[in-house]
Design a protein around this ligand. Sequence first.
Ligand code: FAD
Length: 468
Amino acid sequence: GTADAECDVLVLGAGPGGYSAAFRAADLGLSVVLVERYATLGGVCLNVGCIPSKALLHTAAVLEEAQSLAAHGIKFNKPEIDLDALRAHKDEVVGKLTGGLAGMAKARKVKVVTGKGQFADPYHLTVTADDGSAQTVKFKSAIIAAGSQSVKLPFFPEDSRIVDSTGALLLANIPKKMLIVGGGIIGLEMGTVYSALGSRLDVVEMQSGLMQGADRDMVKVWEKMNARRFDQIMLDTKTVGAEAKDDGIWVRFEGAKAPKEAQRYDLVLQAVGRTPNGKTLAADKAGVQVTDRGYIEVDKQMRTNVAHIYAIGDIVGQPMLAHKAVHEGHVAAEVIAGQKSFFDARVIPSVAYTDPEVAWVGLTEDEARKEGIAIQKGLFPWAASGRAIANGRDEGFTKLLFDAETKRILGGGIVGTHAGDLISEVALAIEMGADAVDIGKTIHPHPTLGESIGMAAEVAEGTCTDLP
Ligand code: FAD
């Protein structure tokens, strides 16, 4: 058929996966069309995910730290919160980044087409704009980077007081009492923000613990520091119904430890996971298989069952993280350009940007136990870190796990302030195949939180002299 535009590579979706793929493909000399239904580039991560949540979390952390300084002899007055200004600040952060992406696309001559894309056949995508006008893009190769959306529980009524993470980030007001449905990273991060601004929290989680995936010893540290935010932490509990009334959203729960009566909330945040957008793209018209749950399966070169069509990011599976999407995007673009690239990351770090932060990478201790892997552990408590004590935040620890036989590092976890920034060194050590001596003999600057990584390695080796 006729086409309004033609390109070597069509990228569907402009999130971290999509824009990374588009820019890499353009840098490698290919002509690229980037299709995005929203007016700004950046996808969930920049517009309604990673970035706005971190802008708010930073403000929350500073606010709480300022208040904690009373114990250091510095007292501030009760904070005055100007929600409009806070929202404007967050929007400015997002705008800076999404605007930057638009400039980077332009500089590379990546053609951005705005509208909802659906496949017409294996070599054509139809893009329909909000005003109903449609155009067809013809491509030689395509990269599907259409991401995911938050799961909505069927029994929640339509009501402005029931939101997903996008709604929570709008920060319409500060509710007195907030329920977080789902005790994962996204829910707990948003809860941290609202709590710092003055909300009381309840959280309900179907599983037996919050922050699934992280080792329980790390979560315990987080729980101890965060108990003050919560009226109820409802574990092993299902949310089964809700009613919108004038005075609030009344929510019913089920489970051995669940409250018998419905509970009243001013705001309910649904954070029970995200579902891939695979079923919304008419992928079948291109012959691309989509699983029942909406995922698109790919090989190590990010290729779908159709040889010239690739998929990356949240839509290809867990973990649904921006840094995974970026690396997959680079691989897909490089393969299309004829390079022999593979996605073969040994590990993908996870971070909860709560306060304290919880970060982990590679094998966890709970996994090692479950799978019967013999490990040698080095745990350095921050109570012995000069810097953590100077910061007034010595509740955390750094833990490294080594193969008991080869002494190579298999995983690590850090709980404490800046844990998310610190975990990269552990990821690098795993990728490089470092052992405990490599890490312990690497000179870390003093006094830093990063030192705790070298010391944890020395603890594993039995050579640490920095413990009381
Ligand atoms: P997305 O970012 O979902 O982008 C997909 C894009 O495709 C969207 O812009 C969408 O509009 C577009 N699209 C979809 N269908 C079509 C179509 N038919 N036509 C045109 N366009 C289409 N991850 C982290 O690593 N760190 C964090 O701190 C973090 N925080 C988060 C906080 C929140 C509140 C949320 C919700 C998520 C967070 N994530 C975080 C997850 C992260 O946002 C995702 O993993 C990441 O955005 C996935 O990138 P992606 O490129 O696969 O897809």
